[in-house]
Write a protein that binds this ligand. Structure first.
Ligand code: ATP
Length: 513
């Protein structure tokens, strides 16, 4: 992992050490780019999924959810274009024998140029202080302007070559930019070839009659093949959406960067069916709605940006990514695609069945258009987790490791700590756990000194610690400690539930969208 920054290394080791993410089958030395979610990781992942599902399905009258199977009729993937066109351009280095995605090599080169621009901006911001105008600096500083032009030109050429399937030009670009193998520095490259990313499998016991299947490379097709079933049984009127979360599988060539690019991962997708001709407005609307969803988690507006695609997939007439600033730079977190009627029309052709809608307002039948929002759950996990992890220097000069997860997503919301393991304090603490656990993921911890217990919960991202001491036995109050401010206040046990609700109730978060 050449791009692995120190911060990123910390993210990976923290995820392991604190029971969030383990390499799959680790006792057999793991399986490349496959990961297991551990006791805390699964809770964080479930909470992210719930945050997405509630915002999509529960809060939209016209969006419903389904859960389609991973295995689908194989012709689905012919119709969707995946059999013929779900390829990545790969290139091998002849010296290191390592395989890379040709487009990623070029994008990484551009990311280095962008990092140079960022550095230049940071230096200038320091020099000019409050009077610094970033937009003006970007537009006028000769070095920044030249670098920006260079980056734009490279991406444009890459986009055009991929669009035209001109793989020789992609190789020429790699050579012209003098991109070398990140492992060995060698510039001895093979030609660029296409590689299909779908995992194949077989259905049936006999070798002769077994049917070739694919593990789905995206969840979207499970929605398209069910379009008519849902529309009819749900008596849905356009515009309406179908949402789904579930596993997808891709035989990624360059599977690195931890859970950013996995071979087995989970997607959260929503296909919004609309009348033809309205795709532009819905596409813009969903871009903004999805960005607001991200911003509602409070991870800083500056960490997101849109990247509109130069190269459009075979099914799209517009596409944009929401990129997030991961520890290794801005990268795609979510895609918003205007998919036209490509998928439904194609399934109509391959099945001979009509997938049309009668629009009573237009008084006509048509095949709906689709705007899709598609986000990787694991990638969202990485975004949240890597943003949240930080080292803080405290007033007394000591440091603490803090996992500043948005509290609505935290795996454990509150932990109850008896100050001592005696005098009836554990009993009262257990009583409080038994009351709170109906509403919040609540834990109990009595090991070690209380200061060390606080630190452990900070590193796990638990927003609240409740400490039960001798005074609690007398007046039914406890201390409530806030993870981020470390402030403690004395509160009545009977008020705990409502006090916690202010910060933890999902409603208060989703209302920000
Ligand atoms: P990339 O360009 O990074 O390969 P993509 O454009 O192929 O991604 P889509 O097909 O649009 O991705 O999939 C939608 C979302 O699914 C992505 O935005 C990403 O969050 C997630 N995703 C895609 N591939 C992977 C993977 N291999 N591992 C984890 N998440 C993934």
């Amino acid at each position: 992992m050449t791009q692995q920054t120190d911060q990123f290394k910390k993210v990976i080791s923290h995820a392991k050490e604190y029971g969030f993410v383990f390499p799959s089958s680790e006792i057999y030395d793991g399986l490349s780019a496959v990961y297991d979610y551990a006791q805390n990781g699964v809770a964080l992942k479930n909470n992210i999924r719930e945050y997405w599902w509630k915002s999509m399905v529960q809060l939209h009258e016209n969006i419903v959810g389904i859960d389609a199977a991973i295995l689908m009729h194989p012709t689905t993937w012919k119709a969707s274009g995946h059999v013929d066109a779900f390829n990545d351009p790969l290139i091998d280095n002849k010296v290191s024998k390592k395989r890379y995605r040709a487009d990623v090599l070029v994008e990484d080169y551009v990311a280095k140029i962008e990092a140079k621009i960022d550095k230049e901006i940071q230096k200038a911001a320091k020099r000019f202080g409050d009077s610094f105008d970033e937009a003006q600096f970007r537009a006028t500083n000769p070095r920044v302007v030249a670098n920006q032009e260079k980056a734009t030109l490279i991406l444009k050429r890459l986009g055009q070559s991929l669009e035209k399937e001109d793989l020789a030009d992609v190789k020429a670009l790699i050579e012209e930019l003098e991109i070398s193998c990140p492992d060995t520095g060698s510039r001895d490259w093979t030609d660029v070839k296409q590689f299909n990313l779908m995992f194949g499998t077989k259905l049936g016991a006999s070798a002769d009659t077994a049917m070739d299947l694919y593990l789905r490379p995206e969840t979207a097709q499970g929605i398209f093949v069910n379009y008519l079933n849902v529309q009819k049984t749900g008596r849905m009127k356009l515009p309406f959406g179908i949402a789904q979360t579930g596993k997808a599988f891709r035989n990624e060539i360059v599977a690195r960067q931890f859970i950013f690019r996995m071979r087995e991962f989970e997607q959260m997708e929503m296909q919004f069916f609309i009348p033809p001709g309205t795709q532009k407005e819905w596409y813009e609307q969903w871009k903004q709605t999805r960005l607001s969803w991200h911003l509602s988690l409070g991870m800083g507006e500056e960490n997101y940006r849109f990247h509109d695609h130069e190269k459009l997939a075979h099914y799209a007439d517009a596409a944009s990514d929401i990129e997030f600033k991961f520890p290794f730079g801005f990268k795609e977190l979510e895609g918003i695609h205007s998919r036209t009627d490509f998928d439904l029309s194609s399934h109509e052709k391959f099945t001979g069945k009509k997938l049309q809608y009668f629009d009573p307002e237009r008084n006509e039948n048509y095949t709906p258009y689709v705007v899709e929002t598609s986000i990787g759950l694991d990638r969202m996990f990485l975004a949240v987790f890597s943003w949240a992890l930080r080292e803080e220097t405290l007033e007394d000069g000591s440091t603490r490791t803090l996992l500043k997860l948005p509290s609505v997503l935290a795996p454990t919301k509150v932990v109850v700590l008896p100050l001592l393991k005696k005098d009836g304090l554990p009993e009262l603490a257990h009583k409080i756990v038994d009351t709170l656990k109906w509403e919040y993921a609540t834990a109990y911890d009595e090991k070690d000194a209380v200061g060390r217990r606080y630190r452990r919960q900070d590193a796990l991202g638990t927003p609240f610690c409740i400490t039960v001491d001798h005074q609690s036995l007398e007046d039914n109050t406890v201390t409530l400690r806030d993870r981020d401010s470390m402030q403690q206040e004395r509160v009545a046990i009977e008020d705990l539930s409502s006090l916690l609700g202010e910060k933890l109730d999902i409603k208060n978060w989703l209302q920000k969208i």
